[in-house]
Design a protein around this ligand. Structure first.
Ligand SMILES: Nc1ncnc2c1ncn2[C@@H]1O[C@H](COP(=O)(O)OP(=O)(O)OP(=O)(O)O)[C@@H](O)[C@H]1O
Ligand SMILES: [Mg+2]
Length: 510
């Protein structure tokens, strides 16, 4: 046998052009999903191991227990390990092409080299976003193509699997490429990204906008740097007012009453002026509107002397994080809508040719199925037409079944991390043609930060470990172990008789 030493096994009978069967040498360290190559002259067939079967010609089901014991005792088992690997293509001169080659039994099988894998799973530097490493092969960098991102992207996974981490890594990569980014951030997950240890000057290119309602956790470092997003009351039209008072589109009478009050304002056209105008409305709607205005009064700090303009939050090569914490969903919807509408409008009127990426965290709350709010209409419009104008979506959700399915299906590229719930798995399977059953089967076993990438931003579906972040994480999980141990220490100190005696004697002394 022409054993060269580099092979881990040899192909055996009944391999097809799609599925290779090979027997591996004893002690070969091989794992499921690993890539192997089968050299064919100056080309190599690249395949991915789908199944590993251990078997023995001697020890089978028909064997009685006693005989089995004897074989095992005498180490006579005649074990062998067979792998089934799916052919992904034929590699030659830096390119991977579809393979139709016949694979003859007895062909050597090698572990795929880092250089082949890296050239298969990366893109030229000018279009590459370096997102991580091949799963199980930390020596192989994997990038995605910024061109592929033009057909929108969805990041899907259950909670805690690494969605926000992955989104932040993508933001870092996009910023390095000069993209303009707007982030709708309902949990202040991205507000600390200005802080970073790396050479790239993230702090110069990231700005955080909050409102007076924000409950985002910031440390002293961030205070003073964060800008405030304000609305001037007089810049709002009746539709805007209806939205921020959560008066839905179908409630025509209330909407009419708002328009009437709006027309009859005769003072500073501010909140108080509007309030007065509603009070003097001579209609049944007056009572309903006053109740809503009382609610609005509670959040009136969002109004300021001026309205933040697009030139401030959309700058070439910069990222703006809009901290939406502390807002009810309808207010978060309104702010987000206002921003996206302004950007969209500037795009269709040809006033803005910046490539803009809009990250929507908790996207299921902004575009639930069947929703007809202004923000959901706007996101749907961007999903269907945005790429013509250079406006690209990244939707992030842990509820793939609870987001508008048209939006999801417009996201041609997907990053899927761990998902164990079968209902969510089904929603993911139905979300795109490129998601096949093996992707779904793999989802429950992914560890945090492991992801499967499919769609036009990769050359073929690939499973990766997302790289560490260069920027600081915000709004993450609380440190429960630390908090519990502090609470326990405090309780124990109360139960401690010595402590208690000390307390009593100090009390008596006083
Ligand atoms: N690739 C990774 N490498 C290292 N740590 C990671 C990676 N991905 C995620 N983590 C860590 O795992 C934790 C959970 O990640 P993350 O907050 O991104 O999850 P999530 O899917 O956004 O969760 P949620 O649904 O609660 O928002 C974080 O502390 C994060 O730092
Ligand atoms: Mg998150």
């Amino acid at each position: 046998m022409p054993v060269s030493g580099s092979e881990i096994g040899f192909t055996i009978s009944d391999s097809t052009t799609e599925l290779v069967r090979f027997l591996i040498r004893e002690n070969a360290q091989i794992r499921r999903w690993e890539y192997v190559t089968i050299p064919q002259g100056d080309k190599s067939i690249l395949a991915r191991i789908e199944k590993i079967i251990s078997r023995s010609e001697l020890i089978g089901e028909g064997l009685d227990f006693e005989s089995l014991g004897k074989y095992v005792e005498n180490a006579i088992t005649y074990n062998s390990v067979i792998c089934l690997a799916r052919v992904v293509g034929v590699y030659s001169e830096g390119r991977l092409e579809p393979s139709r080659d016949i694979i003859l039994p007895g062909s050597p099988v090698e572990r795929a080299s880092s250089s082949i894998l890296e050239s298969v799973f990366s893109f030229p530097a000018d279009e590459a976003l370096n997102i991580g490493f091949l799963s199980g092969r930390e020596d192989v960098r994997v990038s995605v193509s910024i061109r592929g991102m033009m057909r929108h992207l969805a990041i899907l996974a259950q909670t805690g699997a690494g969605k926000s981490h992955t989104a932040a890594v993508l933001m870092e990569e996009l910023l390095k490429k000069g993209a303009s980014i707007v982030v709708l951030d309902p949990h202040a997950d991205y507000v600390l990204m200005r802080q970073s240890s790396e050479a790239f000057r993230y702090r110069d290119f990231i700005q955080i906008y909050r409102t007076q309602l924000s409950t985002g956790r910031y440390d002293a470092f961030q205070k003073g740097i964060v800008k405030e997003f304000t609305l001037r009351f007089s810049d709002l039209d009746p539709d805007d007012l209806a939205e921020i008072m959560d008066v839905r589109e179908g409630w025509t009478n209330l909407r009419k009453a708002i328009a009437e009050a709006y027309e009859s304002m005769n003072g500073a056209k501010d909140f108080e002026d509007f309030h007065r105008a509603v009070k003097s409305l001579d209609s049944d709607e007056n009572r309903h509107l006053l109740a809503r205005i009382r609610l609005l009064g509670k959040v009136k700090n969002i109004f300021g002397d001026r309205t933040t303009t697009m030139d401030e939050y959309l700058r070439p090569g910069h990222m703006t994080v809009l901290d939406l914490t502390g807002m009810d969903q309808f207010l978060a919807n309104y702010f987000s809508y206002r921003i996206l509408r302004e950007i969209y409008q500037s795009k269709i009127e040809g006033r803005n040719d910046l490539p803009v990426f809009v990250f929507v965290e908790e996207a299921h709350n902004f575009v639930p199925p069947g929703s007809n709010t202004l923000i959901s209409q706007m996101i749907k419009r961007i999903a269907s037409e945005g790429r013509k104008f250079g406006l690209f979506l990244v939707v992030i959700t842990q509820r793939p079944g609870k987001i508008d399915q048209d939006v999801l299906s417009q996201c041609n590229s997907e990053i899927v991390l761990r998902v164990t719930n079968p209902i969510d798995q089904r929603a993911i399977l139905e979300s795109g043609e490129e998601i096949s059953q093996w992707v779904i089967d793999d989802l429950p076993s992914l560890s945090t930060g492991e992801a499967i990438l499919v769609g036009p931003f990769v050359k073929m579906a690939v499973s990766i470990k997302v790289r560490p972040r260069e920027t600081r994480e915000g709004g993450g999980d609380i440190d429960i172990l630390n908090l519990l141990s502090k609470a326990k220490a405090e309780r124990d100190s109360l139960d401690d008789p010595k402590e208690l005696r000390g307390k009593i004697s100090r009390f008596l002394e006083d």
